[in-house]
Every structure is written in C-alpha cells, then in structure tokens.
Design a protein around this ligand. Structure first.
Ligand code: ATP
Length: 299
C-alpha cells in the first residue's frame, strides 16, 4: 500500500489556483523532495495532506496511510515538522517531550529514548531556551517521532541549520526511512536534497512539472553534460586543438556533450593518453534540472 496517494488535487483561494490537478504517490520508506519557488503551492499541498485545508470538491482523491486526511486514523500515522518550531523556553527538552507523550497517550518513559535518537540525550535536562536553532529542530523531530509515524511531512526542515547539522539531520531521516517511514520534505536548498532523497517532485505555479528520480529527470531533460579536461601545462594547445571546447586558465578545456555522446567524447580524451592530467564529468545539477522543469510549466 502506498503511504500517500494524491490524485488530481485542486485548491483555489478565490481567484488564485494554488494547486491544479496535482497527482503523485509516496511509497513506504521513500524520501521525496517537494520543490518549487515561493508560492508554488508546497505549503498548501502539505496542509491538505495534514487535513488543515480541504482540497476543492473536484479533487480526485487524497489518501494518507489509507485514510482521509485529518481523520483520527491519518493523524495517528502522520507527523509534521514546521519550518520554525516553537517550544516553551523554560522547559527542558525532556519535560517538553514528556508533555507531548502524555497528550498523545504514550508512555512518558519514551522521552529519553526519543531524545537520544535525535542526538539530544546529552542536553535533555537543559532548558530549551538555551538551545541553538539546530537543537530546537531536533526537539521538533523528536516530537514528530512520537507514535512511530508512517509519514513525516517536513516543511523546510533544515533551513537555518549549519552544514554539519544539516548532514546529521538527513542521516536521521535516512535511518527513519530505512525503518519504513516515508518522508515528504519541502526545501529550497537544492544541493542538499539532490543527494539525500529518492525522488524529486517539482511544483510550478500550482502544477506538477516533474516527478521522478534524479537519474530519470536527467535523462528526460537531456541537458548537456560538462566534461572538464585538465592537460599537462605544455600540452594544452595540442589538447585544445584535438578536442575543441573552451579553454580555461592555461590548463583546462571544458567540453559539453549530450548523454548519448558522452562515451565517445571520453574515448577521444582517453586516446590522447599521457598528456591528460585529469578528467571530470559533471552531469546537470538539480539546480539546472529545476530551472529546466520550472520554466516548462504550463501557465
Ligand atoms: N490561506 C490562503 N489564502 C489565500 N491565498 C493563499 C492562502 N494560502 C496560500 N495562498 C496562495 O496560494 C499560493 C500557494 O501558496 P503556498 O504557501 O502553498 O506556496 P509555497 O510553495 O509553500 O511557497 P513558499 O516557498 O513561499 O512557502 C500562493 O499564491 C499563495 O498566495
């Protein structure tokens, strides 16, 4: 069974068509990045999944762990982490998580294990008012993990975190996904989701314009691949004459080719033998793909 199933979801606010016929599924254990420019419809879609907004009547369907969004069954299985979490500054993380456990009818003894799991075991008895933003975000994740949710909906979960905290945050998500939880996260930080998610969904002006793995998006976009060839210094003229391309800094030649021509182009480079010092193949980045697909959006 899919964890999340969206079929032709529509949402209008007066004259604003925030979502138009958006359809995609999320499977158990899948990590899906939801991308889109400001106002693309990401938060609206998340709020529909959480049952905070109703989709329009002409929507095909929304199933959250097999139930209607916002129903008691769906709410038990879905966790939400907003971009900016707010907790009582005078409480310790342990007190705060125990409080939420009590509200959810779960044993309060789980608090220590949850905080340990998000890397806050050492600070569990410190007041949240003394925490950094990254630590507060971890308290939010510990709260989201109460009741072992099957779907985690995370709105810009790493915004404002430093690079190390971001990496640690994604490592925690990897562990949760490996245990079978599905993750749907929105982000504007393209480079970090590039490596840490299984599938990319791009919304543009409320319309879904891409929904696939990075590898498949690269194939379907067919954007040029860059090859950077570094020659030994006294050989650069010969290398440039043989390969063409653009010369840089007296040592390097940049080539651009299609996916289908890549191996033939690399063969030409390899045939030059010892005059080549190094070769780097740079596939289109998620940023390139994002611009490509976002611009293709129907108006
Ligand atoms: N409660 C609301 N009332 C009226 N219009 C709304 C409401 N919520 C969202 N919208 C509009 O719907 C569109 C989609 O907004 P949404 O907040 O979903 O975008 P987003 O992709 O989350 O943007 P951001 O990256 O800036 O958070 C926007 O045009 C927004 O102005």
């Amino acid at each position: 069974m899919t964890t999340l199933s969206l079929t032709k979801v529509n949402k209008t606010f007066g004259a604003t068509h925030a979502l138009r016929d958006v359809s995609f599924d999320v499977a158990p254990g899948e990590r899906v990045a939801l991308l889109g420019h400001n106002g693309a419809g990401k938060s609206t879609l998340m709020k529909i999944i959480l049952g905070l907004f109703d989709a329009d009547a002409d929507t095909g369907g929304v199933q959250v762990v097999g139930a209607a969004p916002g129903s008691a069954q769906a709410r038990r299985q879905v966790a939400y982490l907003p971009e900016n979490v707010a907790f009582h500054p005078a409480l310790t993380a342990r007190e705060q998580i125990r409080y939420y456990l009590r509200l959810r009818g779960e044993p309060v003894a789980q608090a220590d294990e949850l905080l340990e799991r998000v890397g806050l075991g050492h600070a569990a008895r410190r007041r949240i008012g003394t925490y950094s933003k990254g630590m507060r975000q971890r308290v939010g994740l510990a709260q989201a993990l109460i009741g072992k949710p099957r779907l985690l909906v995370l709105d810009e979960p790493t915004s404002g975190l430093d690079p190390v905290s971001r990496r640690e945050f994604y490592a925690m998500l990897d562990g949760l996904a490996a245990d079978g939880a599905s993750v749907l996260l929105s982000s504007h930080a393209l480079t970090e989701v590039e490596a840490r998610t299984d599938r990319i969904v791009i919304l543009s002006g409320g319309t879904l314009v891409a929904n696939d793995s990075l590898a498949n998006l690269r194939r379907s976009a067919a954007l040029p691949i860059a090859i950077q060839v570094t020659a030994h210094r006294d050989s650069i003229d010969a290398v440039a004459a043989e390969l063409g391309g653009t010369r840089h800094n007296g040592k390097m030649v940049s080539l651009s080719c299609s996916h289908d021509d890549k191996l033939a182009r690399l063969g030409q480079v390899a045939a030059l033998g010892e005059v080549i010092e190094d070769v780097e193949v740079l596939p289109p980045s998620l940023e390139d793909l994002y611009s490509h697909f976002s611009q293709r959006s129907p108006s």
